[in-house]
Design a protein around this ligand. Structure first.
Ligand code: MEV
Length: 289
């Protein structure tokens, strides 16, 4: 029996713009998914296309048990985390000998197949390696870890990343003279954020601007706007949609002494709050017992 865990991911800046080769900042965060795999001739798989593909690609059969603390379909990278943790657990249980880089690459291949070509490597890379990254042209550059606390608000409105990516693509095709400057501006914000990474007040302002630009791109949702406003009113430095939008989650950067108040405001406005911070560990082997 082998158990591995992997963290979720959070886009701090640049979602959607990264699809067009602009920079973004993404990081691993503490809700984790735990996956246990056991050799077994009677395969007991969770009903998940991702897990099915993991066993298929590794060429083995076994049982799997998943304990996920990451809400699914919320923009926090749950499918990427499940895929990398399942591959790592299969790798150990069946002594397959793949490296961590091979696991990250295979996880991306599986995400792409299940999501019919629409996946980006961000989720699987962040979940595999942990830490904070600048994403640029599909490449990632590791950034120095930051000791910030974030409050995530899950609107519990289900959304589809591929539909939101498609919506932006249609906007870009139909109205390039309006859409392209918005995408450029979002890319510019990621560079600004890098320059002010130690200044939470400036980062909060940049998050607010990024949120407005995401709304202008057409990926907002009234439930997300309510949560973002509630966080700002209770003292967050800034708040924005995180992930594809249209539902799913928002994230606020809050002073440490106000994080409980900000989380409370999210709950008052029908969201589910998660207080989190950077997870520098990526894939992790879990001891038994
Ligand atoms: C989704 O979490 C972020 C998007 O930029 C798509 C992607 O980068 O895979 C919308």
């Amino acid at each position: 029996m082998a158990t591995w865990s992997a963290p979720g991911k959070l886009f701090l800046f640049g979602e959607h713009a990264v699809v067009y080769g602009k920079p973004g900042i993404a990081m691993a965060i503490r809700p984790r998914v735990y996956v246990t795999v056991r050799k077994s001739s009677h395969a007991h798989h969770a009903r998940s296309l991702y897990i099915e593909q993991c066993f298929k690609e590794m060429g083995v059969r076994g049982s799997v048990y998943i304990n996920s603390q990451i809400p699914s379909s919320s923009g926090l990278g749950s499918s990427g985390a499940v895929t990398v943790a399942t591959l790592a657990a299969i790798n150990e249980e069946f002594n397959i000998g793949k490296t961590i880089h091979e696991i990250a690459n295979l996880a991306f291949k599986i995400e792409k197949k299940v999501q019919k070509g629409r996946a980006s490597p961000t989720d699987t890379s962040v979940s595999t390696y942990g830490g904070m990254f600048l994403i640029l042209n599909g490449e990632r550059k590791r950034l120095a870890p930051q000791n910030y606390q974030f409050v995530i608000g899950n609107s519990q409105i289900s959304h589809s990343t591929s539909r939101m990516v498609e919506r932006v693509a249609q906007f870009k095709e139909g109205d390039p003279s309006i859409c392209n400057p918005i995408i450029d501006a979002i890319g510019g914000l990621s560079y600004q954020a890098l320059q002010h990474i130690h200044d939470p007040i400036r980062l909060g302002e940049l998050m607010d601007i990024n949120h407005a630009l995401l709304e202008a791109l057409g990926v907002g949702h009234p439930a997300l706007s309510r949560l973002v406003l509630a966080c700002r009113q209770t003292g967050a430095y800034g708040a924005k949609i995180t992930g594809a939008g249209g539902g799913g989650c928002m994230v606020a950067l809050a002073p440490k002494n106000l994080k409980g108040r900000v989380a409370g405001a999210i709950e008052v406005f029908d969201g589910r709050a998660i207080i989190t911070s950077l997870d520098c560990e990526g894939l992790r082997r879990e001891e038994e017992g």
